[in-house]
Design a protein around this ligand. Structure first.
Ligand code: NAP
Length: 264
């Protein structure tokens, strides 16, 4: 490991790349630049071609990638069988996955209208998946490891329209703390943290009603008068995966131009 390449020799799993705007793509670039070798997942045939092209162009033709639908235990098992066939050891995993069905109340309108099935699937895909992926990767983290998930400030206060995703993010952050406690007890401890990102223009973000207004609010109110960039999120994720963060676990680290510290 060198100062310029703090992740040299490390192997990382990257989930959640949909296209070049994805936060996961920014983090993959930062992990790769820091010296890591990467294995990617994509969700379903619909994304396969696009993600494969992007990954092979940026990270090399021989970069492994495999389908992963976190709503299916079978798919998760198949994914980790694939990973184990590629490498005997994994050092870090990125969870950059979120979903809420478009229904009354879920991402706009009245929160009180959210239906049971929408609630179940959003919590399952956006939060339970962190437990399932952590359990899947733990046996491969034979030299210890670092798991990082993406969250948003609406987990702890009301951001109109973020509705169901806010509840899913609260659950994700709580899962992060309990997993951090649990996985620290292993012979080779695994750290688990969240990055709380300010708004970034991505596919998932466009699903939240009023997203452009949110970005404007950050320009007006955040101490740094802006949200954050994909590269800045990458830099935080590279830090969390590195030995510099060896004593950091169970935390939610904000990369949001400081917006979250404001009371008004
Ligand atoms: P994105 O590019 O749309 O990435 C979201 C990813 O989740 C997509 O690759 C999506 O695949 C995947 N996904 C959804 N359901 C899945 C499933 N069942 N199995 C596997 N993958 C699934 O958007 P993003 O903004 O970069 O989102 C990444 C993370 O950052 C999310 O957790 C999001 O909540 C969080 N975040 C985003 C912002 C922001 O402003 N953008 C701010 C704070 C936190 P499909 O496209 O096929 O659904």
């Amino acid at each position: 490991m060198s100062a310029e390449k703090p992740l040299e020799g490390k192997i990382g799993i990257v989930t959640g790349v949909a296209n070049h705007r994805s936060i996961a793509f920014g983090i993959a670039k930062a992990w790769h630049a820091a010296g890591a070798r990467l294995i990617f997942s994509y969700q379903g045939e619909r994304l396969k071609e696009g993600v494969a092209k992007l990954v092979h162009e940026h990270f090399g033709e021989d970069t492994p990638l495999c389908e992963l639908d976190v709503a299916s235990d079978e798919s998760i098992e198949g994914f980790f069988r694939f990973v184990a066939g590629q490498t005997p050891r994994v050092d870090m995993l990125l969870h950059a996955i979120a979903f809420a069905p478009r229904e009354p109340g879920t991402l706009e309108g009245h929160f009180s209208e959210i239906g049971r099935e929408a609630f179940r699937s959003s919590l399952d895909i956006s939060a339970y998946s962190l437990i399932a992926l952590s359990r899947g990767v733990a046996p491969l983290m034979t030299g210890g490891g670092s798991i990082t998930a993406l969250t948003y400030h609406a987990s702890r206060c009301v951001v109109p329209n973020y509705n169901l995703m806010a509840v899913s993010k609260s659950a994700l952050e709580s899962c992060t703390r309990y997993l951090a406690y649990d996985l620290a007890q292993r012979e080779t401890p695994i750290r688990v943290n969240c990055i709380s990102a300010g708004p970034v223009q991505t596919l998932a973000a466009r699903g939240v009603s009023g997203f452009t207004t949110m970005l404007k609010l950050y320009q007006e109110k955040a101490p740094l008068h802006r949200s954050c960039t994909q590269d800045e999120l990458g830099a935080m994720a590279a830090y969390l995966a590195s030995d510099a963060a060896a004593a950091v676990t169970g935390q939610v680290l904000y990369v949001d131009g400081g917006y979250s510290i404001m009371g008004m």
